[in-house]
Design a protein around this ligand. Structure first.
Ligand code: ATP
Length: 241
């Protein structure tokens, strides 16, 4: 279980204040963190990893009951920023990761590389954005972490890759594994996720299970439009001015 209690992060320059009173992510759940650009989704993921100097007055960030900093082997963080080792080849990168993560599964890594048609001897810096992102996903999944945290995993991927990636993601999960991801591709993930958390201006404005939403006959897109007070008339006004 990941547990955030009274976690905050303020960017004074633009006034964003991420403020989480309580957020609990149990084992075995696929959770999407959604919201408009600038809502604080990446900031929240980083905070969940204990990154970016979040503050927690009388609060904490715990993973299975221990401070997040002590539980990194249980976490995989897959970000758009990609690999920090551009001069490495995937093979060298994997050797590095294997030294740090005892559970790193090299066989699974090479299988994923082959699936994504990546060359394990090509320097990372010579790869396209999409290829780097696939490499990060392969490395992240090969860590066999219990909690996989992904920032915009669908960015830069074509429709068929997104579809296959979703299948791959679900198929490689073990019963107690959790996935937490940010995304804007709501309609494609609606049937895969268990729960959606809607962030708006740094605050959790809705936290729903997909079963609840379905029972109410609502879609996630509708709920997001309500939460973010989206008005189609605004762009119409702009276009007619
Ligand atoms: N390191 C930083 N220093 C200052 N401001 C930052 C920093 N990182 C993010 N911000 C600002 O905080 C706000 C939230 O950023 P964040 O990346 O968390 O949003 P997001 O919901 O992930 O957005 P998007 O959907 O566009 O990726 C934005 O206005 C951004 O400009």
């Amino acid at each position: 279980m990941i547990e955030l209690k009274f976690v905050a992060k303020l960017y004074p320059n633009n006034g964003l204040k991420l403020n989480i009173n309580e957020l609990i992510i149990p084992k075995g759940e696929i959770v999407a963190i959604v919201g408009a650009n600038g809502a604080g989704k990446t900031t929240l993921l980083k905070a969940m990893m204990g990154l970016g100097n979040p503050s927690y007055n009388y609060g904490h960030i715990l993973v299975d009951g221990k401070p997040v900093e002590k539980q990194y082997e249980k976490l995989a963080f897959i970000t758009e920023e990609g690999s920090y080792f551009p001069s490495f080849t995937p093979k060298q990168y994997a050797q590095f990761l294997a030294d740090f993560f005892p559970k790193f599964d090299y066989r699974h890594f090479t299988k994923l590389l082959a699936y994504f048609k990546l060359d394990e001897n090509q320097k990372i810096k010579t790869m396209s954005t999409g290829e780097k992102s696939k490499l990060e996903i392969s490395a992240g999944f090969a860590k066999r972490a219990e909690y996989t945290i992904m920032d915009e995993p669908f960015n830069g991927k074509d429709m068929f890759t997104r579809r296959d990636f979703l299948k791959l993601m679900v198929s490689q999960m073990r019963e107690d594994d959790s996935i937490i991801m940010t995304t804007h591709i709501i309609d494609e993930i609606e049937n895969v996720i268990d729960r959606a958390i809607i962030l708006h201006k740094g605050l959790i404005k809705a936290d729903v299970t997909m079963d609840e939403l379905r029972e109410e006959g609502r879609s996630l897109v509708e709920l997001m439009a309500t939460v973010s007070k989206y008005k189609p008339a605004d762009v119409q006004q702009f276009l007619t001015d």
